[in-house]
Design a protein. Structure first.
Lengths: 766, 304
């Protein structure tokens, strides 16, 4: 049985030569819009579209199919197979059915009568979709007669006796059943295509060799091929990349000849994607013919209204969600899919040329890594994790969606940054814009104020993630991805791994009538509700730390303790140390590589990847004369990082400034003392390297003051090493530096292997 | 910081009374299609579209926002807050920004001016998306327990929607109303935004917006909209009832309606992802250029 029986069957008569053409009509009686599927010449009759008909009828379209003359249930005259006759046949069917305007979808030969029809009848043809296009050899100008003759002569040449069948005149005429079976097998080069090959072969048996041959000759000689530039309607050219019957270049030629047309290439597909990849074909065609149509549901049920309980269905018509074809303009990986996603233009709009790679042809596995731009530490850790993932999953391709300053680290490591990254709205500039005068940054409020930026960036992620057909999404503190996926769980179309080194916002402002404490608790409560309700959003949730690293606080009044709740909803991945102190080599050599002498002590001041530490660096520099008066052999090197201009720093005798230092941890490890901000990554680098340090958390920064400070305490960093900006007077800095250099530190060892552990857990999702 | 800064910020002037109208333009300058985000009730200003602007601009639309008279960086006349004033303001901004035709976004009270534009300036309106329209065909106004200008028996609930109370304690109304706009759990940010965006409106002007809002002609005008229309309304809207929108839609057989279950009055702010994707679908289905999207049009111009 068929999936859907026709509502009407009949035969239309071509008034010129009396040939009767069999047609079928499907879909609702009161449909307001029509799609006409034209057969692929005589090779495949109306049933060619069996994978399209029920879907478009269900969408509310009236669907018309018919058998070309010479095939199926239509009459089979000995001659009369010119494009003109075929066009008359189609018009007869449309008259009989009562179609005044429609979208037309045709395959191979059908372009030879649909093309002229679209050019001549803009009133009738609203859209043209041409699949596996087989246009006339003759383009704007007719070929010289001798070329046509030569081509026909070659086509009609008798084969050598015993030669295998081929697409040649004599074989078509004399050995059609064999030719049909052979051609069907050629056309469907996708693995596991037996059913489609049998169908195509069977349909092709419903014509005869002599009719097939007549159509080949007459459709070729009778086609002036001069209409492409005059096709005014939206035109979609859909073609299989590997089409063995008609090369992709031919489709590109059609696309280039029809003004404003779109080209969608199915990578890994053969000649008949509408049969072999029906779902993606249907979605691409639907999206195309509904664009600009005004149809919510093509007039389904007459009203286009969507009942309240139909939201899930409704979402299917939103093109951005269906994993629509992405453009192939990004860097192509070897043997893998093009990264898809967005073109280089600053837009999320669909590109005129797009590709979709069929699932079976996606050899390399692909991950999309979203790394938070707030702080550079994530970047180092994420690069280490990605490296381990590639080791575990050979051939794995990782695309990064990231912005400055993370991109700086990624570029230095040769990672592949998705071109759409430049559509991301700036998070670091926003955070920096909220910096208070006294080395103060209420990062919770900064994130809260960033809601529209997070939303804009989620849209970019969603577009890239769905278009790119990734096998895995990884987010390291990518708040927008985690938050909006929980708000829109139906948008999740790949496994998602979530990494963070802290869980739970904590209030830092007191004396505001409890407002911040209330709002913080509300944010935590929302997060808890999201995670508990939609467990399916995070396929892996990894806390970058151990149980002892979790702060003792509760999420808020009446909410659980973080250390109770966290282990139930996260796996504890341990710390991710992205370098091994043992690999730093000989200390003297390391020091020498940075120009540090043996007879001096060097303090390095650094503030990570943002510009928020500029005030701190200034203050440290200004304290240097006082420091040097007490510690004459202490040299001060100030690393400004990627977002602070060394030229903006005060000129103080003996203070050296450096800009961005790649693998800063190596320089820190070579130092005798360090002065850093309160970020987790840098402080833990120092712990791992055993370098004594003072750290200066940003005021009101809950993560640095609470989560990081708690963890550092566990690793043995003394309380006096934590200095507030207010305390950091020249005198006090000199005092604490002296103490630091006198008292040998005994930090706990930072366990190695974290990146591999985390990567292993994530890679399991692949 | 904003997710996207405007490339143009300028003033237009009301043809009625010369009131200055602050507007901003975002997105590609050569865009073939424009979305005009209409002002809503002047309790808030143009930032009420902050969750739509960057996305629409990334899709290739030119996006225009404006501050309604009485708030933001627009002028603050003592009177002149009728529906036709707001509609004329929008036309003035479209003229100043060089927008011949646009898809309109209308939130709450913005639905009133959108209707006027769609009927009386039909060629300039490509489509309208109505979010929780505050349009009442019977009276033009929300039904109130106590007449708007008389002191209510107490200051609870909708009794706060009252001229006397506004003059006495507008801050209380603003905070309370923000709570009515967002009935979804965990909406403090949205509520704080409403409170912040309503800092610039004076009680007298806010009273004028209500006193001058009568529109007995709306009943005749409303069904005459011919453009593609999308209505979006939340089931938990505490400001404009869903039933009213069902009534509004019943006069417009060609309109699409999407009901968002569990959503309050401002789903475009509280569920921006879903709303934006829906809006995108609607705009693309109703692209007058057919399947040739805005982006391509730009390229065609560039190469021409």
């Amino acid at each position: 049985m068929r999936a859907l029986e026709p509502r009407v069957t009949g035969k239309a008569v071509n008034s010129r030569d009396g040939v009767r053409v069999a047609f079928e009509v499907f879909g609702p009686v009161d449909a307001e819009r029509t799609v006409v599927f034209a057969p692929a010449g005589l090779f495949a009759h109306g049933r060619l579209w069996k994978m399209q008909v029920p879907f478009f009828a269900l969408l509310g379209y009236r669907v018309v199919t018919y058998d070309a003359r010479g095939s199926g249930s239509s009459d089979r005259p000995d001659e009369g197979y010119t494009p003109q006759r075929f066009q008359e046949d189609l018009l007869a069917v449309l008259r009989e059915v009562g179609v005044e305007r429609a979208a037309f979808v045709g395959m191979t030969w059908a372009l030879r009568w649909l093309g002229p029809l679209a050019a001549e009848r803009p009133d009738l043809v609203s859209h043209l979709v041409t699949v596996g296009s087989f246009p006339s050899l003759q383009r704007a100008e007719p070929l010289p007669p001798e070329r046509v003759e030569a081509s026909l002569a070659a086509f009609m040449a008798e084969p050598e006796p015993g030669a295998p069948v081929d697409w040649r005149g004599a074989d078509i005429r004399d050995r059609w059943p064999e030719v049909a079976a052979w051609q069907a097998n050629e056309d469907l080069l996708e693995p596991h295509s037996t059913k489609a090959v049998e169908d195509l072969t069977a349909w092709a048996q419903e014509t005869e060799g002599r009719h097939m041959l007549a159509s080949c000759l007459e459709l070729t000689t009778g086609d002036p091929g001069d209409y492409f530039a005059r096709i005014p309607c939206p035109t979609l050219v859909l073609h299989g990349e590997l089409d063995p019957a008609i090369a992709l270049e031919t489709a590109v030629r059609v696309h280039e000849a029809v003004p404003g047309s779109e080209l969608v290439v199915f990578e890994g597909s053969g000649h008949v994607p509408v049969v072999r990849d029906p779902v993606r074909s249907n979605l691409v065609i639907q999206e195309f013919i509904e664009r600009g149509s005004g149809a919510a549901r093509a007039g389904a049920a007459g009203s286009g209204r969507v009942p309240a309980d139909d939201r899930a269905t409704r979402s299917g018509s939103v093109p951005a969600e269906d994993g629509a074809a992405g453009s192939g303009s990004g860097p192509a990986g070897d043997g893998g899919a093009a990264p898809g996603g967005l073109p280089d233009g600053a837009t999320l709009a669909p590109a005129p040329r797009r590709t979709w790679r069929r699932a079976r042809s996606r050899r390399a596995k692909r991950a999309l890594f979203v790394s938070s731009p707030i702080g550079l530490g994530h970047a180092q850790r994420d690069v280490a994790i990605a490296r381990e993932m590639r080791r575990l999953v050979p051939g794995l391709e990782v695309d990064w969606l990231a912005q400055h300053p993370v991109t700086r680290v990624l570029e230095a490591n040769g990672e592949r940054i998705h071109p759409a990254s430049r559509l991301l709205a700036g998070e670091s500039p926003h955070i920096e814009s909220l910096l208070g005068a006294q080395h103060e940054l209420n990062v919770f409020q900064a994130i809260r104020e960033m809601d529209e930026i997070l939303l804009a960036n989620f849209h970019v992620f969603h577009e890239v993630a769905t278009a790119g057909a990734y096998d895995l999404w990884v987010g390291d503190e990518a708040w927008e991805v985690d938050y909006y996926l929980h708000e829109n769980p139906e948008l999740k179309t790949a496994p998602f791994a979530w990494l963070t080194d802290f869980v739970g916002y904590l209030p830092m402002v007191h004396g505001d009538g409890g407002r911040e404490a209330f709002v913080v608790a509300d944010y935590n409560a929302e997060m808890i509700a999201q995670v508990e309700r939609f467990r399916r959003v995070r396929d892996a949730a990894l806390y970058i730390g151990r149980q002892e690293d979790i702060v003792p606080d509760a999420f808020g009044p009446g909410l659980p303790l973080i250390r109770d709740w966290l282990p139930e909803h996260f796996e504890l991945g341990g710390y991710v140390r992205y370098f091994d102190p043992a690999d730093l080599g000989d200390r003297a050599e390391l020091r020498a590589s940075f120009g540090f002498r043996d007879d001096e002590r060097v303090a390095v001041a650094a503030v990570g990847g943002t510009s928020v530490g500029a005030a701190l660096l200034r203050r440290i520099a200004q304290a240097y004369p006082e420091v040097r008066s007490r510690l004459p052999d202490l040299r001060l090197v100030v690393v400004c990082g990627p977002r602070i201009d060394p030229g903006s720093m005060p000129r103080i005798e003996g203070v050296e400034y450096r800009g961005y230092v790649h693998d800063l941890y190596r320089m820190l490890a070579a130092a005798d003392a360090a002065l850093v901000q309160g970020g987790l990554s840098t402080t833990m680098e120092l712990v791992a390297a055993g370098v004594p340090f003072l750290y200066f958390p940003l005021g009101l920064h809950f993560e640095q003051n609470r989560h990081v400070a708690h963890r550092l305490e566990r690793y043995g960093v003394p309380a006096w090493a934590r200095v507030t900006f207010r305390e950091a007077t020249p005198d006090e800095l000199a005092e604490r530096l002296s103490r630091l250099l006198q008292a040998p530190t005994a930090y706990r060892e930072v366990e190695g292997g974290g990146a591999a552990r985390v990567a292993e857990r994530i890679a399991a999702l692949l | 910081m904003r997710a996207l800064e405007p490339h143009t910020a300028a003033l237009a002037y009301s043809p009625h009374d010369g009131t200055a109208l602050h507007y901003e333009v975002f997105g590609p300058r050569g865009a073939a299609r424009t979305v005009v985000c209409l002002p809503t009730w002047s309790l808030v200003h143009g930032r009420v579209w902050k969750m739509q602007v960057p996305y629409l601009a990334h899709l290739g639309y030119r996006v225009v926002t404006m501050d309604g008279r009485g708030n933001g960086r627009s002028g603050r006349p003592a009177s002149g807050y009728s529906t036709r004033d707001f509609a004329a303001d929008a036309v003035a901004v479209m003229d100043a920004a060089g927008v011949d035709r646009a898809a309109l976004l209308a939130f709450s009270a913005g639905g009133r001016w959108a209707a006027v534009l769609a009927v009386e300036h039909a060629p300039r309106v490509e489509s309208v998306t109505f979010i929780a329209p505050s349009v009442y065909l019977a009276s033009g106004l929300r039904a109130l327990g106590t007449p708007f200008t008389e002191a209510p028996p107490d200051r609870e609930g909708w009794n706060k929607y009252n001229a006397v109370h506004w003059r006495e304690d507008l801050a209380d109304f603003r905070r309370w109303f923000a709570g009515q706009v967002f009935t979804e759990p965990h909406s403090t940010k949205g509520q704080d935004d409403i409170v912040a965006w309503s800092e610039g409106i004076s009680p007298d002007m806010l009273v004028a917006t209500v006193m001058e809002s009568a529109m007995p002609w709306m009943r005749d005008l409303w069904p005459r909209m011919r453009q593609p229309l999308l209505f979006v309304h939340g089931t938990d809207d505490a400001v404009t009832p869903l039933a009213n929108t069902l009534e509004l839609v019943s006069h417009l057989p060609h309109a699409e309606l999407v009901v968002l279950e569990g959503s309050g009055h401002a789903p475009h702010l509280r569920d921006p992802v879903r709303f934006n994707l829906m809006l995108r679908g609607f705009l693309e289905r109703n692209d007058p250029h057919g399947a040739r999207g805005p982006r391509e049009e730009v390229e065609a111009h560039a190469s021409a």
